[in-house]
Design a protein around this ligand. Structure first.
Ligand code: BES
Ligand code: MN
Ligand code: ZN
Length: 508
C-alpha cells in the first residue's frame, strides 16, 4: 500500500514528483486553501487567478495539473477542489478534505511521491487527508496482465508515497492520527480486495483461509466450522444456502479481546461469495456483479483486524457467514423447509432471498455469547438500493438510540447512511402455512421485510442493528473522491468508529 509520511519540510524545498494544493469555491472565484502559501508565493501570489484562467472553480471533484514555476522543487502542482469556501471561522469539513485527497491520489496514479499541502488545522484534518490519500490511491491490479510491458505497469502503479506537509511528526496527536489513518485505510482496502476478487478464487473455504492467516498475523482467535461441523451443529440456514454449490459453506468466528475491555461487540457479515439466485436464478443483467455479495463479511473481517491493529479496549467478535448460492441437483428448492440453528423452521419461497438465511444462523450463534450489541452488515436487498440509491446504506435496529448512534457514527466517518424503520405490520407477510415463517414477504418495503426476518433470530434482550449496504458496497460508475470502481469497503469505517466509541464508554 501507499506509504503515509508526515513532513515538516516546506512545499518549496521538498523533493517530490507533485505538490497537491487545495482550492475552494469562493464567491468571486477560486480561493487557494491554507497550507499552500509557499506554492502560491512561487506563483507570485497569482495561483488563484492562474487556476481561474484554466477554468477551475474549486468545486468538489475538480483536479487541475500545472507545471511548477521556478522556486518549487517538485515539477508538478495539482490543485484539487474542496467545494464551497467555509464561512468565516469555520474550517474545511473532514469529508471535503478526505475526498480532495482521494481525488489527488487517484489522479497521481503512476507517480512515486506526492506532497500534500492541504489545510491541517488539527489532528482530525490530518487523519482525513491521510485516509483520503490512502483510499484514493487504491487500485486492484491482481488480475491485470502487463504482458511483460514494464512501462505499462509503472503507469498504473498506485502512488507510492503520500507525504503530508504542515503536520507535526513528533506531536502525539498527529502521530496517532496518521497511524489510525493507515490502519483504517489499510483495512478498508483489504475489504475492497476481497470484494473485487472473483468468485472462482474467493469461495467460502479460501475466504476462511484468509481469515485464518490474518488471525495468525494479528494475534486473533479464529474458529472455522466446515460443512461437516455445520451439518452436525444444525446450521440449516447456512447449509440450505450452500448445499447447491461445489464450494461448501463455512462459518468463521474471528475474535479480538482486550484485557481491559468492559464491553463486547459482535459483528455479523453476509458472506455470499457468489449469488446466482440459486434455483430462483437471477436473470442476465442481475448477476454480473454478484461476487460483491460477501461485502458484509469482508467489512466485518476488515473491521476486526483494524480494531486489533489499533489495540482498542473492547472485545470484538466477527462472524462471517460464508456460502455460495448456486443452482444444482443438490440445491434447496423453492418450497423446501429449513430447520434453522435457532430451531425455527423457514419455508424458502425464493432461493434468491439467501442472505437472511445465512445471517439468521450467524445471528443466533452470535447471540449465544450474549454480547452487549450485535451489528450485522449485508448486501441484503435490491429494495434498499431502490430506496436509498447507490451511495447510502440503510440502518435498521431493535433500539432507536442504537440506530441513531450508528447513523451519527456513519456521518462522522464520512459514510452516507440513513435510518429505516422496522414496521411490525409487515411481519405477517412472512407467515407460512407450513413453517414458522417464510424467507420472503410483501414486495413493498422489501428491505424492511428482510430486516424484520433477521430480527426474529436476534437473542432476547440483545441490542441489534442491521446495515443494508446493497447500494454502496460495489461502485459501478466512474470513480469519485476516494471511491474507486468496484468494491468500496463500505461500512468498515463505521464499524471501527463504533468499536472506538464502545471502548471509550460513549455508548450505552
Ligand atoms: N444479494 C441480493 C441483493 C442485492 C441486490 C445486492 C443488488 C446488491 C445489489 C440478495 O440476495 C437478493 O437477491 N435479494 C432479493 C430478495 C428477494 C428475492 C426477496 C432482492 O432484493 O431482489
Ligand atoms: Mn440473492
Ligand atoms: Zn444475496
Amino acid at each position: 500500500m501507499t506509504a503515509l509520511t508526515l513532513s515538516t519540510s516546506s512545499a518549496a524545498t521538498l523533493r517530490a514528483d507533485a505538490i497537491v494544493v487545495g482550492v475552494a469555491k469562493g464567491p468571486k472565484g477560486p480561493v487557494v486553501a491554507p497550507g499552500a502559501e509557499a506554492v502560491d508565493a512561487a506563483f507570485d501570489g497569482k495561483l488563484a487567478s492562474v487556476l481561474q484562467t484554466l477554468g477551475a472553480s474549486g468545486g468538489e471533484g475538480e483536479a487541475t495539473k500545472l507545471p511548477s514555476p521556478a522556486g518549487l522543487k517538485a515539477p508538478v502542482v495539482l490543485a484539487v477542489g474542496l467545494g464551497d469556501l467555509p464561512s468565516d471561522g469555520e474550517g474545511f469539513g473532514e469529508e471535503a478534505l478526505r475526498r480532495a485527497a482521494g481525488t489527488a491520489a487517484r489522479t497521481l496514479t503512476g507517480t512515486k511521491k506526492a506532497a500534500f499541502a492541504l489545510p491541517v488545522p488539527d489532528a482530525e484534518s490530518l487523519a482525513a487527508i491521510g485516509e483520503g490519500a490512502l483510499l484514493g490511491a487504491y487500485s486492484f491490479t491482481a488480475y491485470r496482465g502487463t504482458d511483460g510491458k514494464k512501462g505499462e505497469a509503472d503507469k498504473n502503479a498506485p502512488l507510492a508515497e503520500a507525504a503530508i506537509l504542515g503536520a507535526k511528526p513528533r506531536d502525539k496527536a498527529h502521530k496517532a492520527a496518521a497511524e489510525r489513518a493507515a490502519a483504517v485505510a489499510g483495512e478498508v482496502n483489504r475489504a475492497r480486495d476481497l470484494v473485487n476478487t472473483p468468485s472462482n478464487d474467493l469461495f467460502p473455504k479460501s475466504f476462511a483461509a484468509q481469515a485464518q492467516a490474518a488471525a495468525k498475523e494479528h494475534g486473533l482467535k479464529v474458529e472455522v466450522l466446515d460443512e461437516k461441523a455445520l451439518l452436525k451443529g444444525g446450521y440449516g440456514g447456512i447449509m440450505g444456502v450452500g448445499q447447491g454449490s461445489a464450494n461448501a459453506p463455512r462459518l468463521v468466528r474471528i475474535g479480538y479481546t482486550h484485557p481491559k475491555a468492559e464491553k463486547t461487540l459482535a459483528l455479523v457479515g453476509k458472506g455470499i461469495t457468489y449469488d446466482s439466485g440459486g434455483i430462483s436464478l437471477k436473470p442476465a443483467g442481475h448477476n454480473e456483479t454478484m461476487k460483491c455479495d460477501m461485502s458484509g463479511a469482508a467489512a466485518v473481517f476488515a473491521a476486526v483486524v483494524a480494531v486489533a491493529k489499533l489495540g482498542l479496549a473492547v472485545n470484538v467478535t466477527g462472524w462471517l457467514a460464508l456460502a455460495e448460492n448456486m443452482p444444482s441437483g443438490t440445491a434447496t428448492r423453492p418450497g423446501d423447509v429449513l430447520k434453522m440453528y435457532s430451531g425455527k423452521t423457514v419455508e424458502v419461497l425464493n432461493t434468491d432471498a439467501e442472505g437472511r438465511l445465512v445471517l439468521a444462523d450467524a445471528l443466533t450463534r452470535a447471540s449465544e455469547e450474549n454480547p452487549d450489541a450485535i451489528v450485522d452488515v449485508a448486501t441484503l436487498t435490491g429494495a434498499m438500493v431502490l430506496a436509498l440509491g447507490n451511495r447510502t446504506f440503510g440502518v435498521m435496529a431493535n433500539d432507536d438510540a442504537f440506530r441513531a448512534a450508528l447513523h451519527e457514527i456513519a456521518e462522522e466517518v464520512g459514510e452516507q447512511a440513513w435510518p429505516m424503520p422496522l414496521p411490525a405490520e409487515l411481519r405477517k407477510s412472512m407467515d407460512s402455512p407450513v413453517a414458522d415463517l417464510a424467507n420472503m414477504g410483501e414486495r413493498m418495503g422489501g428491505g424492511l421485510v428482510a430486516g424484520l426476518f433477521l430480527k426474529e433470530f436476534v437473542g432476547e434482550g440483545i441490542t441489534w442493528a442491521h446495515l443494508d449496504i446493497a447500494g454502496p458496497a460495489f461502485h459501478e460508475s466512474a470513480p469519485y473522491g476516494y471511491t474507486p470502481k468496484g468494491g468500496t469497503g463500505s461500512a468498515v469505517r463505521t464499524l471501527v468508529r463504533l468499536a472506538e466509541r464502545t471502548a471509550d464508554g460513549d455508548l450505552g
